[in-house]
Design a protein around this ligand. Structure first.
Ligand code: COA
Length: 249
């Protein structure tokens, strides 16, 4: 019988934040936690930086999943949805759902009980507002584009990344990847207000089922989370890896 050392209480969603530089000295230990197929995947990365970050992120993911499910990290089995979303097997999940995202120097891991979760973090790369508007026209919905176009130039960048992270969290909660075109649903783009899902014509009932929140992110990054069918108001508990994972969590 697996015994977990970390618990998600009713109403909680746990979000772990990782800075890759904090984990680099631990990479040999983290690498040993990866499954054979993950180690094969790591070897295929052309860039050393991508290989190191993938290895660290998967190693930390396995440490976290081990703490929450009680199964040894190396023995955790991940299965993949049609569009690549990783999940625990039914026999190991113990109601734990998770998702992760990495960008630049940081990664986020979100874990919830009994409800699907999608998370996204993006490093804000400074480009001109004109370039951002061109990208928005290419990827975002008409509603989102016209909202961003109506902003002063100084607000375009934050609005662009608010929109992007909210949209990515949304497609990730559904496990759809880019099979769900980013233009097929709309989110609010105002970076200063709580995010809202505004239109989901591909699945109208989802407007009531899925909700979005912005997450606190390191300086120079933006992050968002989506929860599907979460009853009530979630309490987000934020942790920095490698805080000790204890029964008090
Ligand atoms: C793959 C995708 C799910 C997320 O990609 P991303 O934002 O580049 O990457 P993230 O770091 O946020 O997420 C990747 C992680 O999500 C998980 N993941 C993979 N496929 C997933 C899916 N279909 N659904 C949910 N999560 C998925 C994996 O754990 C993956 O990391 P790992 O394989 O290293 O463990 C997909 O949405 C994508 O390709 N998005 C890019 C869209 C884009 O270009 N947008 C431009 C807007 S201007």
């Amino acid at each position: 019988m697996a015994t977990s050392s970390a618990t998600i209480q009713a109403g909680e969603v746990h979000v772990w934040s990782l800075s890759f530089s904090d984990a680099e000295s631990d990479i040999a230990n983290l690498k040993q936690l990866l499954s054979d197929d993950e180690q094969t995947r790591a070897v295929r990365f052309i860039s050393d930086c991508d290989r190191i970050r993938f290895t660290i992120a998967r190693g930390v993911l396995r440490q976290l999943l081990s703490a929450y499910t009680g199964h040894p990290a190396r023995s955790i089995q991940l299965i993949y949805g049609r569009h690549g979303r990783p999940a625990l097997t039914a026999s190991q999940a113990h109601d734990i759902n998770f998702n992760l995202s990495h960008s630049g120097e940081h990664a986020l891991f979100a874990l919830s009980r009994e409800c699907d979760v999608g998370v996204d973090i993006e490093r804000i790369r400074p480009y001109s507002p004109a370039y951002r508007l061109r990208l928005a026209k290419r990827f975002f919905s008409e509603l989102e584009c016209s909202a961003i176009q109506g902003l002063t130039a100084s607000r375009v960048e934050q609005a662009f990344f608010a929109c992007w992270t909210r949209k990515e969290a949304y497609i990730k909660v559904h496990g759809r990847g880019l099979s769900l075109p980013l233009s097929q649903f709309s989110v609010s783009v105002n970076p200063m207000s709580a995010p809202q899902l505004l239109a989901t014509p591909w699945c109208p009932s989802d407007l009531k089922l899925t909700r979005l929140w912005d997450l606190a992110a390191p300086r120079g990054y933006r992050a968002a989370i989506a929860l599907k069918t979460f009853a009530g108001e979630p309490e987000f508990r934020l942790f920095d890896w490698p805080a000790k994972i204890s029964p008090g969590l």
